[in-house]
Design a protein around this ligand. Structure first.
Ligand code: ADP
Ligand code: MG
Length: 656
């Protein structure tokens, strides 16, 4: 549009008016204007539609119709050409109507001077140029924001109060798998929150009544049926009557955060639990260690005394009672040690199926008639490295618990399988390395446990059983053994349904160990060898010396490593065996053995300890070629062990 030549269209069915108007134009600088004429309403509208003119002059009287109608019709057809209505005098009502219909201005015919005509036209044209610019600016701005919204990584959606999607940006494709076009015009809520999830929506819509929502987490269903968690913020668009016309929702996909938050919560919980068990374990281990020395003495002297007393002597019965009590205490201490993972394990490569098969008969007798005990051994089960006696203990404890949980009878299943624990599982369970495991599960159909009980079951002395029935040491022993064997244990339980304990032991790639021959009886043992006994605990030292002397051994005793070395230098004959405590002040049993073997390389070594001391065991596992006897020991067991060590083939005996 050139401002120096303005194209004017006159719509007027009166030829005289056209001549008059042309005359008016001739009085202004005509070269600035081109004047065209349309002689009817229809013709006028048709020419306007061509949008070739900068301004229209529309006469009010147009045959049957009038100029105001024409202007209205043009505006309804989105024709924006400025339109000036030509009216007669005192047609005030018409002028108002015309402006409402979209006229740009009006001119009173008989009063219009050439200057007035020109001014009105120029003003209308200028106004139109201004309006076009503003519209263009608005369009550009819309486009700009449109780009931002479309490219935003968060979902931005407009929803009517009835639920219809008015717009949604591209981000919805990432989050829900729908193209924006697949959602626009459809019910937002019904599409993304089908079935029972719609209940969340009903709750949300209630909240909308109180205004916008902030960080509202909802789980939507994607096009291919997955669930994603989205956090929503909303802005409500209201009309002038304060009524809701549109909800603008801004949604962030927080599925990953929610998952890792949940994972963190469970692993934190597990960490707290295991730390607690760890510290209780240290306490228990310390007590058990001290008790072991005392119990060795009590049982040992009871045994020695019984040998000297006549069977009918009334004192013999008393000593028998002392011995029995001490044995019970010993078994408690052993369980505490197991829990604190301080017992000495003698692991072998084994397969869990044969351990289960070995004790199946015994378990059957244990559970009673009204219970079904079923085993379901996994085919091709891999091998694990564990102490078979201890694993038996684990199974036994779990089965006893299962039995106790089913006073009215039920079913116990022992199941094994190879399982691969993947990264996902490892993330949700602390202390699990991804990999292959042998799983052993004991399942019952008993009373189950609530969440609160489950928190404490592995703690020593935690029991829900009536007094005298439970010690609360069963599961703590299990826990300790499993952990010390490098495995893990988890409980799954539901009140009234039953419980499953699952144990995972890492698979190993080694040959199954040969079973060992049973030990002989000690009565016939007649010892001839010389034994150097190093033990700082006097009572234990005396007991061991007496036990060995009774069988004919020559016993040299030392209260510490220094004394032992001195004896070793001064003694003229052979010293066949060094029997030493592992933990002694100043110099450990292992250091003593090393020094002594330099002086007398032919001497054999037997360690004793009530404790898995790091000197000879690593993470509770005994080094393979080391001879060892755990405290508390009975005199018989001690003698048997001494015989075994002294008889061992020299070639298989390593000097540490
Ligand atoms: P105890 O059997 O002496 O009570 P445990 O350490 O073996 O001690 O078990 C601790 C507690 O764990 C039990 O008292 C019982 O409340 C709960 N529990 C263990 N196993 C089961 C099971 N299979 N079903 C239900 N509760 C069990
Ligand atoms: Mg128990």
């Amino acid at each position: 549009m050139k401002s120096d030549n303005i194209k004017v269209l006159l719509i007027d069915d009166d030829v005289d008016d056209f001549i008059l108007t042309r005359e008016l134009f001739s009085m202004v600088n005509l070269s600035n204007y081109t004047l065209d004429w349309a002689a009817s309403y229809e013709e006028g509208l048709k020419i306007v539609e061509c949008r070739k003119h900068d301004v229209c002059l529309v006469d009010y009287r147009l045959g049957e119709r009038n100029g105001v109608d024409l202007i209205r019709e043009a505006r309804e057809s989105r024709l924006t050409t400025p339109m000036i209505l030509l009216t007669g005098q005192n047609d005030y009502d018409v002028d108002v109507e015309a402006m409402e219909a979209g006229a740009t201005d009006f001119l009173v015919k008989d009063e219009t001077s050439p200057a007035r005509l020109e001014r009105t036209i120029r003003y209308a044209v200028a106004l139109n140029i201004e309006r076009c610019r503003a519209e263009e600016a608005l369009r550009a701005e819309r486009e700009y924001f449109g780009h931002i919204i479309s490219a935003a990584p968060t979902v931005i959606v407009g929803i009517t109060p009835e639920g219809t999607t008015t717009f949604v940006n591209q981000a919805i494709r990432q989050v829900a798998g729908y193209e924006p076009d697949e959602l626009i015009g459809r019910d937002w809520w019904r599409v993304l929150y089908p079935d029972e999830e719609y209940r969340q929506v009903e709750r949300l819509l209630k909240d909308f009544e109180h205004g916008a929502v902030v960080n509202y987490e909802m789980e939507l269903t994607t096009k291919n049926g997955e669930k994603r968690c989205v956090s929503w913020n909303s802005v409500n668009r209201l009309n002038e009557h304060n009524e809701l016309v549109e909800i603008i929702g801004i949604g962030n996909d927080i599925t990953e955060q929610v998952l890792s938050r949940r994972r963190l919560e469970t692993t934190e919980d597990q960490l707290r639990q295991s730390q607690k068990l760890e510290s209780v374990g240290m306490l228990a281990g310390g007590i058990a260690h001290d008790f072991n020395n005392l119990l060795t003495v009590i049982t040992g002297y009871s045994e020695l005394m019984l040998r000297r007393l006549d069977k009918v002597d009334p004192l013999a019965r008393n000593v028998e009672e002392i011995k029995k009590a001490a044995e019970r205490a010993t078994s408690l201490t052993r369980q505490l040690l197991a829990f604190s993972r301080k017992q000495v394990l003698q692991p072998k490569v084994l397969d869990l199926n044969s351990v289960v098969a070995n004790i199946e008969k015994m378990l059957g007798r244990l559970v009673g008639e009204d219970m079904e005990l079923r085993t379901s051994p996994g085919a091709g089960l891999g091998q694990v490295k564990a102490d078979p006696g201890q694993i038996e203990q684990v199974i036994l404890n779990l089965v006893v618990n299962a039995r106790d949980a089913m006073p009215k009878g039920g079913k116990i299943t022992i199941e094994t399988a190879n399982v691969y624990l993947d990264n996902e599982y490892a993330r949700e369970h602390i202390a699990i390395q991804p990999g292959w495991y042998a799983m052993l599960a004991v399942t019952d159909t008993g009373c189950g446990m609530d969440a609160e009980t489950q928190k404490y079951i592995f703690e020593p002395f935690f029991t829900t059983k009536e007094q005298g029935k439970g010690t609360g040491l069963g599961l703590s022993t299990v826990y300790g053994i499993v952990k010390q064997s490098g495995g893990n244990i988890w409980a799954y339980s539901e009140v009234g349904v039953g419980t499953t304990f699952k144990i995972y032991l890492p698979l190993v790639n080694e040959q199954v160990s040969e079973p060992e021959p049973d030990a002989a009886r000690p009565e016939k043992v007649v010892g001839t060898e010389t034994i150097l006994l190093a033990e700082d605990e006097e009572m234990v030292r005396n007991l061991a010396r007496e036990s060995l002397k009774m069988h004919g051994y020559t016993v040299l005793t030392a209260a510490n490593a220094g004394e032992a070395l001195l004896i070793c230098q001064q003694h003229v004959g052979t010293i066949h065996l060094l029997m030493t405590d592992v933990v002694m002040p100043r110099m450990s049993g292992k250091e003593l053995a090393e020094q002594l073997l330099r002086l007398r390389p032919e001497t054999r070594v037997l360690y004793m300890s009530g404790y898995a001391a790091d000197a000879i065991v690593h993470h509770g596992i005994l080094d393979k070629d080391i001879a060892f006897i755990g405290k508390p020991f009975t005199p018989d067991a001690l003698v048997l062990k001494v015989v075994e060590v002294l008889q061992q083939d020299r070639s298989s005996f390593s000097s540490l």
